[in-house]
Design a protein around this ligand. Structure first.
Ligand code: AVJ
Ligand code: FE
Length: 424
């Protein structure tokens, strides 16, 4: 497999550059807790290095621990996020030194990689895919933390293509069997495996994610004051939390504003809504006379390829999706006709994570790999599945089979949704 090592080395360099850009801030910004929901940024930074040490150096490379005494600090299961600022964490400069020391040795292990190695952790460079995707996921978490900090000037913005006037707002997907999950994507997570056949009755799915403009009609129609639209737990959450709009939205007279990386701007009507919880997505769908798609319906609408537009990989992104932090926001609906699935469903990948109706559960035949704490411990009726990645997701850390999950009350993630409905 010529080129694999070069590709891994390039991707490792790119993800690290990304992490360093997001943590190129004063120590005060990096060490404080911007929200009890999040770790201090300096924790994420050292955690990605510690994870890399654990998996690439120790497990795959057989190298002795570099700093075993700090392992407990960066074990995500050991201390809750809210308690992490009080831990004796590595200071920012020390954290950067530690992770770059790990990275140097990781490149030595990469140099010795035999892509035909039968060990499943090393085969095809799996362990490098594991740490690459892990770091990109934490980079997206850092962006969520930076948004919660409400400070301007910390996150780069950019240009996006314009939206397009609405075409048929719903797409019909005919009844039939499709293949869900994957056996062949080399760096797929355990929770995406194995591929299995599913039959779905025919259904309709929205061509685009629900926009801020559409969501605003729900708000202004009194959606947050009417228990009819909410599941009992969702209504309880509304009453307890007092929410009456997406996170970061405020009303000033007749105008709605949203805070985006420390700056207020008018709510953009054509942009997919983000920062809504699963409960809000579910309530909106009921108000609209629809429902959320199941994750099977979401995945089938992608048309059975690694990306909705084909099997061509993330290197071939072009103008097909808003992934990888091109700008610090979702693109208006209709901005990516070239990224449509064979059914004509658009913006499935990128822009906003999409809440689905499904609990995070294992596929039939699931086997935990390489560790239970990545997926298995989260299975059950606690977390809802999100699909498709957001503007903040790197193209190497998402695909049509990729499954994300979170609690139904979570709003700081870059999550929106689209609706579906059954055939009449
Ligand atoms: C898959 C995004 C839910 O951030 O909690 C990071 C990814 N796992 N470190 C998370 C993850 C271990 C995970 N999510
Ligand atoms: Fe992690």
């Amino acid at each position: 497999m010529p080129g694999l090592k070069d590709r891994i080395a390039a991707e490792l360099a790119a993800v690290r550059e990304r992490s360093l850009v997001y943590t190129d801030a004063d120590d005060e910004v990096l060490t404080r807790q911007h929200s009890p929901l999040m770790s201090p940024l300096v924790w994420d930074l050292a955690h990605v290095g510690n994870y890399e040490e654990l998996w690439v150096l120790r497990e795959a490379g057989g190298i002795e621990p570099l700093r075993p005494e700090i392992d407990h600090l960066y074990d995500a299961f050991r201390y809750p996020r809210a308690d992490r600022p009080t831990l004796p964490l590595l200071a920012p400069a020390e954290a950067r030194r530690y992770i770059s020391g790990v990275r140097g040795r990781v490149l030595d292990v990469l140099d010795r990689l035999d892509p035909a190695d039968p060990d499943p952790l090393r085969a095809g460079g799996f362990v490098f895919g594991l740490v690459l995707q892990h770091e990109h996921q934490h980079d997206e978490t850092m962006l969520a933390t930076l948004q919660l900090s409400r400070r301007p000037g910390l996150v780069r913005d950019g240009e996006l293509p314009p939206g397009a006037p609405a075409t048929d707002p719903e797409v019909h997907i005919p009844a039939g069997i499709f293949s869900m999950g994957t056996d062949t994507v080399a760096w797929a997570y355990d929770n995406e495996r194995p591929a299995h056949r599913r039959h779905l009755p025919g259904y309709w799915i929205d061509r685009h994610p629900v926009t801020c403009g559409a969501y605003l009609r729900f708000v202004e129609d009194g959606g947050y004051r009417d228990p009819r639209w909410w599941l009992p737990q969702g209504w309880e959450w509304v009453e307890r939390s007092g929410v009456d709009a997406p996170l970061f939205w405020t009303r000033d007279g007749d105008t709605w504003w949203r805070l985006r990386f420390g700056r207020e701007e008018p709510v953009p009507p054509d942009e997919p809504v983000q920062h809504v919880s699963w409960y809000e997505a579910d309530a909106y769908a009921r108000w609209a006379g629809k429902r959320l798609p199941t994750e099977a319906e979401w995945e089938k609408a992608c048309g059975g390829r690694e990306y909705p537009w084909g099997d061509a990989g993330p290197g071939d992104l072009g103008d097909r999706a808003n992934l990888g932090h091109r700008a610090a926001r979702p693109a208006p609906v209709g901005a990516y006709p070239a990224g449509a699935s064979p059914y004509g469903v658009e913006q499935l990948v990128g822009d906003v994570w999409e809440w689905t109706d499904s609990w995070f559960q294992p596929y039939p035949g699931f086997r935990s790999f390489p560790y239970k704490e990545y997926s298995e411990v989260f299975f059950g009726e606690t977390y809802r599945v999100l699909r498709g990645g957001s503007w903040a997701t790197h193209p190497s850390a998402v695909r049509t089979t990729f499954r994300n999950w979170d609690l139904p009350i979570r709003r700081q993630i870059f999550a929106g949704f689209r609706c579906a409905r059954s055939e009449d």
